[in-house]
Design a protein around this ligand. Structure first.
Ligand SMILES: O=P(O)(O)OP(=O)(O)OP(=O)(O)OC[C@H]1O[C@@H](n2cnc3c(O)ncnc32)[C@H](O)[C@@H]1O
Ligand SMILES: [Mg+2]
Length: 195
């Protein structure tokens, strides 16, 4: 049987990326979609790390098993770091990627190209019963595009332009994204500490 890895997430985009990336290491991914009885975990933290720890420890306790959680988002310099930890619900509780992207582009409409710098941040927490929780982080730098482009990925990928590729994150193939993304970088660090 393959090694199982349990991820405290209900985000289908994250699940897909973790499935692809963990497959390389021989792990099979299970997510909150397979634990419907677990109530939604409220993200009350002020930082990505606080929220990742909250999600990982809540599920680890409920299942009495080792789990990981990913709290991530888009940090835009010209917006003083917003949407940040509010990335998922930036335009409202319905968590619409389209509405979130429109809100960001609207807020950025008068910002010149040189001031459109931003980064994706991914914080992964690992919680195991009876062991200290630890956290790793990965980032990916880019520029907020003037309009959305591309259909791959999820979330803010269509408006995150990567100067090194001359494409938005949503115009990269899944394989390309999984080599350079904030999530890929966090996972690399995770694998260095994994036991
Ligand atoms: O909490 P879980 O259940 O994991 O799912 P979530 O979607 O609420 O996840 P977060 O609380 O971590 O919020 C992260 C948001 O940041 C955005 N985001 C995270 N990673 C991204 C990525 O790789 N590409 C584009 N947007 C991303 C996207 O809008 C996510 O909904
Ligand atoms: Mg969330």
């Amino acid at each position: 049987m393959k090694n199982q890895i349990i991820i405290a997430t209900k985000n289908k985009g994250k699940v897909r990326e973790f499935e692809q990336m963990f497959a390389n290491d021989g792990y099979q991914v299970t997510s909150l979609f397979e634990y419907e009885e677990i109530p939604d975990i409220e993200e009350t933290g002020k930082t990505f790390a606080e929220n990742a720890v909250l999600k990982a420890e809540t599920l680890a306790k409920a299942l009495n098993q080792k789990v990981i959680a990913d709290d991530s988002g888009l940090v835009i310099d010209a917006l003083d770091g917003r949407p940040g930890v509010y990335s998922a619900r930036y335009a409202g509780e319905e968590k619409s990627d389209k509405a979130n992207n429109e809100k960001v582009l609207n807020e950025m409409k008068d910002i010149p190209s040189e001031d459109r710098t931003a980064r994706f941040v991914c914080t992964i927490a690992v919680a195991s019963p009876g062991e200290p929780t630890y956290v790793v982080e990965g980032t990916c730098e880019g520029i907020i595009a003037l309009e959305p482009a591309g259909a791959n990925g999820f979330g803010y990928d269509p408006i995150m332009f990567l100067p090194g590729f001359e494409k938005t994150m949503a115009q990269l193939s899944p394989q390309e994204k999984n080599q350079i993304s904030h999530r890929a970088r966090a996972l690399e660090k995770l694998m260095e500490q994994w036991k």
